[in-house]
Unconditional design. Structure first.
Length: 422
């Protein structure tokens, strides 16, 4: 029936009035008969649950008993109460941990490490990954890696969440050990022959891959992937992860905008840590200086990431460096302007430092941040032919052709993975 069709009149007796015709379907539903939205259904269900709980005093189901009030949220008072009932050993562990964290924020690494060492004397299985950071800056890299690997294993097995920071710092220790070897040939020999056996490894299980993929913090996940890919010699993933972090960092700015979510701060710092660990000191300086500009007070901030850029700069003695990133920022701005003035065309080729075009046919590119594309190009340009073929082989791509062809092939693949190819 259509909406215009009406019901027949009711059969009436004498003196009765026939009922008025009525639409078969009302075009306008009343408020009571309208379907509820998801939000309205949830409000209704919550109100129903609230009514059920009014006289329910089952512990664990109700929020409070009738006539009772919640405890005051006083962290200091709670800590004092815990200290009163704790044993002397527990009290000493707490004091030494707090003292070590305080020294670390004051950039007094030696004192912090001594406090942390005392904690491990009292409780060998203590979860204290910040002690690994102190050892890292004391250049006790093998000790740092052991603390960080143990902390990562303990955290992941207990809480079933990825210990991404511990993994990043542990990998930084290994990369720092490799980059500290004098010659390139010796570094390759050490890595290929597995001579870094003293560096502690993080225990893996059958659920490790799934666990690591559950990392919800985007910047931390990308940073961990960057360090992992470097140790695994996955050159393509190194380039892509580095470009992702660099795009989150944005431009070099003298007065950066407040970074409430700390995405840029974390990206700049971990990118700087990566360059430091791999021996690229100049790039590390630029990143750390930008991270420092995004920090609040290092001694009052609750998150240790606000302390780390200052700590890194102080331990590396970079504050008296005459180099400034403002000149580099101006060069980057000029590069961005030149990139934006010419739109990407379907035949835009990967270009090496010699500005040669690859003979490989190009796909169509969408408009992209030049920081990303430039980072990918520079990363590919630094690879040797052997490394290019290795990267292409890992990705299941052809490994035959000249260096320009291999570069172009890898560039297209990485741009596609970054979502920058139309």
């Amino acid at each position: 029936f259509s909406l215009d069709q009406r019901r027949p009149f009711a059969i009436t007796g004498a003196g009765q009035t026939a009922k008025a015709p009525r639409l078969l379907f009302d075009t306008k539903l009343s408020a009571a008969s309208r379907p509820l939205s998801a939000a309205d259904r949830e409000r209704r269900d919550e109100e129903s649950r609230r009514q059920e709980r009014q006289k329910d005093v089952v512990i664990g189901k109700t929020s409070a008993k009738a006539g009772e009030s919640d405890y005051a949220l006083d962290i200091a008072a709670t800590e004092q109460e815990w200290m009163r009932q704790a044993s002397r050993v527990e009290q000493e562990i707490y004091r030494q941990t707090e003292q070590g964290m305080h020294f670390l924020k004051l950039l007094q690494v030696e004192e912090a490490s001594s406090s942390f060492d005392r904690v491990f004397e009292l409780k060998p299985n203590a979860y204290l990954w910040q002690a690994g950071i102190a050892k890292f800056y004391l250049n006790q890299l093998e000790d740092a890696a052991e603390i960080l690997a143990t902390s990562a294993t303990r955290f992941e097995s207990r809480f079933f969440e990825p210990a991404s920071e511990e993994r990043i710092w542990r990998n930084a220790c290994e990369l720092k050990l490799v980059s500290s070897i004098a010659t390139k040939q010796e570094r390759k020999r050490v890595v290929n022959e597995g001579l870094l056996k003293n560096v502690a490894q993080i225990e893996s299980t059958e659920n490790t891959a799934e666990l690591l993929s559950s990392e919800s913090r985007k910047v931390i996940r990308i940073a961990r992937e960057l360090f992992d890919a470097t140790l695994e010699k996955d050159h393509a993933w190194v380039i892509l992860s580095r470009a992702k972090l660099r795009s989150i960092c944005g431009s070099y700015e003298e007065y950066p905008v407040l970074d409430k979510k700390m995405w840029k701060l974390n990206a700049w710092f971990y990118l700087g840590l990566y360059y430091d660990a791999t021996g690229d000191i100049e790039e590390s300086k630029k990143c750390m200086k930008m991270a420092l500009r995004l920090c609040t007070s290092s001694t009052s901030a609750a998150d240790i990431v606000h302390t780390l850029p200052m700590l890194h700069m102080a331990r590396r003695d970079w504050f008296d460096d005459d180099d400034d990133i403002d000149d580099f920022a101006e060069d980057e701005l000029n590069l961005a302007e030149s990139s934006s003035s010419s739109k990407s065309a379907p035949d835009s080729a990967f270009k090496t430092k010699t500005k040669k075009k690859s003979p490989v046919k190009r796909l169509g590119f969408v408009d992209a941040n030049p920081i990303v594309t430039d980072s990918i190009r520079e990363g590919i340009d630094d690879l040797s032919v052997v490394e290019l073929r290795q990267a292409l082989s890992i990705r299941g791509l052809g490994v035959v052709g000249s260096k320009d062809i291999l570069q172009g092939r890898l560039f297209d693949s990485l741009m596609s993975d970054a979502g920058l190819i139309a």
